[in-house]
Design a binder for this molecule. Structure first.
Ligand code: AGP
Length: 609
């Protein structure tokens, strides 16, 4: 949560910072601020609300300095307000921070007793005071930062400026992401890659405990012990255009429509049609380990957890290995029974979700092997896991996950295929059939996207409904959960996902003629049972929107609205079913006029517990 940027170089600093914050706003949007030099002094402009408020505040003002820091906030300590907005400045030190300082209250008391006066309710403000305290004691900027960080407990990505030194930008990282962009005669820091992509594709990914000293001439990185370390720059092959709206009204809509391309990129080079197998070269699994796997744990949060639930069906079907799908925040607090011959698979778009990361650490501590499925290259999960498989969805800016979900499902399908083939539970011929069908999926997704106008009409028809139910069974049940989550998070309409068979155990009491029920009714081995569920809803005058197999006239006759889903294997149908549900949520939200890409109270990556 929260996004930070920093710049040192010849460009117009405030503009670089504001443009960077625009690409980070998905991380939080309760307030925004920048600190830049002007005539040798640090000038701070900060404002509660979205970035546009800060832009209005700055207006035509210009600053002559060549170094600056910026912040977009998702409030943790202290309500959203101008005073709590970052940067925070004490004496000569200005700071932007993403993370949480756990011992800020005790440090604040100590600093207060030394005469420091605080003007915000944030945990961050103590960092600027603490560093300033050591600067006043005569330490160099770098030494002052290092000593201050030794006293701080918690997580942080920091950008720090020092009045009187326009050749110095300090960055520090612990448990919150931070990258350094390496330009020609200019350097950048940011919480994520997209803000820096317009300037360079060469990055240093900072590790926990590292502190970096940036000047206009060089970048020096120091490890937790204070020793200078040489860091290998990495080239990121995302293009800046990938992080633009490209003519769409919202990032979310663009990202929904990008899904066929994202799936193609994710399967490219990972299929051996000849061997009927997946090629996951990035996972150099020892085959003897695969043969010994006792259980697989799929751990994630939110939408990624719904992918985990689908993954459970895929792996159990293809590999006959018992799978537990669990939520990151629950897993580690139940003293999980996990050990040497278990495989933990964490699934995460950002790779920074605190609960998922904590689950990975717990599992590794107990001796399990850890695999991460991530979208963001070099993210914390990717680096801490034993193996990583990247989804190649490209940057996802909309807060609601869409294309990354589709690509997570694809990777789980490939993983299940790979393990199933290795264990001899899937024959080469069976593998070939699965691959042939997977290759058709992007084309079928394109077909599905053509239903967008029809989905928009359905959204308009049910716009005033206050509650929705989503029903699905088997491998489609997680998609009912995902459909309901999408609707809740962007349109603020209450929605519940249920296994269709559970309806009669409670939710049926909610059904009346006002209640739309989305039923995932494609043909599979529980199809007949889902039809019975539709009958039960209709008998109570509920409104049914069905997602059905092509030309399923029987369903079409019974329901109020039907969207036909192209025919594919039941194991791949969830990818197609997701699209109309994303579109339904999108159009409901857009017609209601909510902030689709930045829904209230949310942040794209949840880096706090
Ligand atoms: C999905 O639309 C949400 N924004 C959210 O549930 C998200 O999936 C969750 O926070 C997990 O994020 P991650 O995939 O980056 O770990």
């Amino acid at each position: 949560m929260c996004g930070i940027v920093g710049y040192i170089g010849p460009r117009e600093t405030a503009k670089v910072l504001i443009d960077g914050l625009k690409r980070l706003e998905y991380r939080g949007y309760d307030s925004a601020g920048i600190a830049v030099f002007h005539r040798g002094k640090i000038e701070i402009r900060r404002k509660e609300g979205k970035l546009t408020k800060l832009e209005e505040l700055i207006g035509g003002e210009t600053f002559d300095g060549n170094v600056g820091i910026g912040h977009t906030r998702w409030a943790t300590h202290g309500r959203p307000s101008d005073e709590n907005a970052h940067p925070h400045k004490a004496g000569k030190v200005a700071v932007v921070h993403n993370g949480i300082i756990e011992n800020y209250l005790s440090l604040k008391e100590i600093l207060k007793s030394k005469g420091h006066v605080f003007t915000s309710e944030t945990d961050t403000e103590i960092i600027s005071h603490l560093i300033d305290e050591f600067v006043q004691e005569g330490y160099s900027s770098l030494e002052a930062v290092k000593i201050a960080l030794e006293k701080i407990k918690g997580s942080y990505a920091l950008g720090i400026l020092f009045e009187g030194d326009e050749e110095c930008l300090i960055a520090a990282r612990k448990e919150s992401p931070l990258v350094i962009g390496l330009g020609k005669g200019e350097y950048f820091i940011a919480s994520d890659v997209p803000p820096i992509l317009p300037y360079t594709r060469d990055f240093i990914f900072m590790e926990d405990g590292e502190v970096a000293l940036l000047s206009s001439k060089e970048v020096k990185v120091f490890d937790a012990k204070g020793d200078e370390v040489s860091k290998e720059p990495k080239r990121v092959n995302w293009s800046p255009l990938m992080a633009e709206k490209g003519g769409y009204k919202h990032f979310m809509l663009k990202e929904i429509f990008e899904q066929p391309r994202a799936v193609i990129d994710t399967i490219r080079g990972r299929l051996s049609e000849e061997k009927g197998d997946a090629v996951l070269e990035d996972v150099d699994f020892d085959p003897t380990f695969l043969k010994k796997i006792r259980r697989i744990f799929l751990i994630a949060c939110g939408t990624s957890y719904h992918a985990a639930l689908v993954g459970k069906f895929l792996i159990e079907e293809f590999c006959r290995i018992p799978v537990e799908a669990d939520i990151g925040s629950e897993f580690r607090y139940r003293d999980p029974i996990i050990g040497e011959n278990d495989l933990l698979v964490t699934i995460s778009q950002s790779g920074e979700t605190a609960d998922t990361l904590a689950a990975l650490r717990e599992a590794k501590r107990k001796g399990a092997k850890a695999l991460a499925i991530c979208n963001v290259v070099e993210s914390s999960l990717a680096r801490e896991a034993d193996h990583v498989i990247y989804t190649h969805a490209g940057p996802e800016i909309g807060v609601a996950s869409t294309k990354t979900f589709a690509t997570q499902l694809v990777i789980l399908f490939l993983l299940a295929l790979r393990i199933g083939r290795e264990l001899g539970l899937l024959s080469k011929e069976e593998g070939k059939v699965l691959i042939e069908e997977l290759v058709r999926v992007p084309h079928l997704m394109e077909e599905m996207l053509k239903a967008s106008n029809q989905v928009a009409k359905i959204a308009r028809k049910y716009l005033h409904a206050r509650d929705f139910l989503y029903l699905g069974r088997g491998i489609n049940y997680p998609i009912a959960l995902e459909g309901a989550l999408k609707l809740k998070e962007i349109s603020y309409v209450h929605a519940e996902g249920y296994p269709a068979g559970e309806m009669k155990h409670g939710p049926i009491a909610l059904i009346d003629r006002e209640m739309p029920i989305v039923v995932l009714a494609t043909k599979n081995d529980v199809y007949e049972k889902v039809i019975s569920n539709i009958e039960e809803v209709k008998a109570r005058e509920g409104k049914v929107i069905a997602l059905a197999s092509p030309s399923d006239r029987e369903v079409a006759k019974k329901v109020d609205d039907v969207i036909f889903i192209p025919e594919t294997l039941p194991s791949l149908t969830p990818i197609l079913l997701t699209i109309p549900l994303q579109l339904l949520a999108y159009y409901m939200a857009d017609f209601k006029g909510t902030d689709v890409d930045q829904p209230r109270n949310l942040a794209k990556s949840v880096t706090v517990e």
